[in-house]
Design a protein around this ligand. Structure first.
Ligand SMILES: [Ca+2]
Ligand SMILES: [Ca+2]
Length: 309
């Protein structure tokens, strides 16, 4: 008798029809447009009961705005919006809500044991002013003759150009991503130029901003390392004014660096011509993160607009 009771309790007819998994979970933040809303049951659902059970008053998820599809033997339900759910254009999260009521039955006519109620948000748009990482800000100098390198990691400036002995300066800046970055949308680099020495644009050509991967630390090899993509942004000097911020649109660099899985946006500043061999310095200088005595507003800044949970 005791054995028979145990068997009955474990048998299929004694197991309530229920949800075993749902994505997004109730309270989930940052649903993406390529994510899939999926509910998994412990038994195949009866398709005829779906429309009576599904409810939502969220724009984009209302019953007339979605398709309800049972997959396989009916244990998996996909809720497919007719149009991708919008992302929030600002910091405020957009909330979406749906319910599967107990009108839902399985193929034996058993009702869902408890309603499923899910509220979640899509990605939102954030803006951040990111300071560069002092550990990567620096200059690599190639000595005259091109064989010796000096890494100046703790200077107050990032420089590009040449020096009084025809040595070559290339500057480096690195901006770590915000922790909640889901996808960059646009990026603008702001650099403050305290000085320009000689005539770099006339003597050395255009200044290039190159996308790099500096790895664990700035090193001499980063002077010669090829950029990840061809330099797309050149400063010809016409917009270069000492004593003010200069801004450069670097959205494509941010997208590329993120797509490659890099932890930062790493940039190299170099001129088209290494040196004009006139034994006279021709260089542009920007404040580095280490310029501790200056107004913090003058430090290298990346203005990033991005999607986040
Ligand atoms: Ca540094
Ligand atoms: Ca020179």
């Amino acid at each position: 008798m005791a054995l028979a009771l145990v068997l009955a309790a474990c048998g299929n007819t004694g197991t309530p029809f229920k949800v075993v998994r749902v994505f997004p979970e109730d309270g989930y933040l940052g649903f993406r447009q390529d994510d899939t809303i999926e509910v998994v049951f412990n038994a195949p659902a009866n398709a005829a009961s779906l429309s009576a059970a599904y409810r939502s008053d969220s724009d984009g998820l209302r019953p007339d705005q979605v398709a309800l599809a049972l997959l396989g033997d009916g244990r998996v339900l996909r809720i497919i919006p007719n149009h991708p759910l919008p992302y929030s254009p600002d910091e405020n999260r957009l909330r979406f809500h749906f319910v599967l009521g107990t009108e839902l039955t399985d193929q034996h006519g058993r009702h869902l044991a408890a309603p499923l109620s899910v509220t979640f948000t899509t990605l939102r748009t954030r803006r951040a002013a990111l300071l560069s990482d002092a550990a990567f800000d620096g200059v690599v100098i190639q000595a005259s003759g091109g064989v010796q390198y000096q890494v100046v990691a703790n200077g107050g400036v990032v420089a590009a150009g040449d020096g009084d002995h025809d040595e070559v300066y290339r500057g480096f800046l690195a901006f770590p991503w915000p922790q909640d970055l889901a996808e960059p949308l646009s990026a603008e680099l702001r650099l403050y130029a305290p000085a320009k020495n000689g005539s770099p644009f006339q003597n050395l050509g255009r200044l290039a901003f190159e996308l790099m991967d500096l790895g664990e630390r700035l090193g001499a090899a980063d002077f010669l390392e090829g950029p990840l993509i061809p330099a797309q942004r050149f400063e010809d000097g016409s917009g270069f004014t000492v004593g003010q911020y200069l801004t450069y649109e670097v959205s494509s660099y941010a997208e590329e660096a993120f797509a490659r899985g890099l932890a930062r946006l790493d940039l190299r500043l170099s001129f088209e011509t290494n040196t004009n061999n006139d034994q006279t310095e021709d260089a542009v200088l920007f404040y580095a993160r280490e310029a501790s005595s200056v107004d913090p507003d003058l430090l290298p800044t990346l203005l990033l607009t991005y999607l986040a949970p």
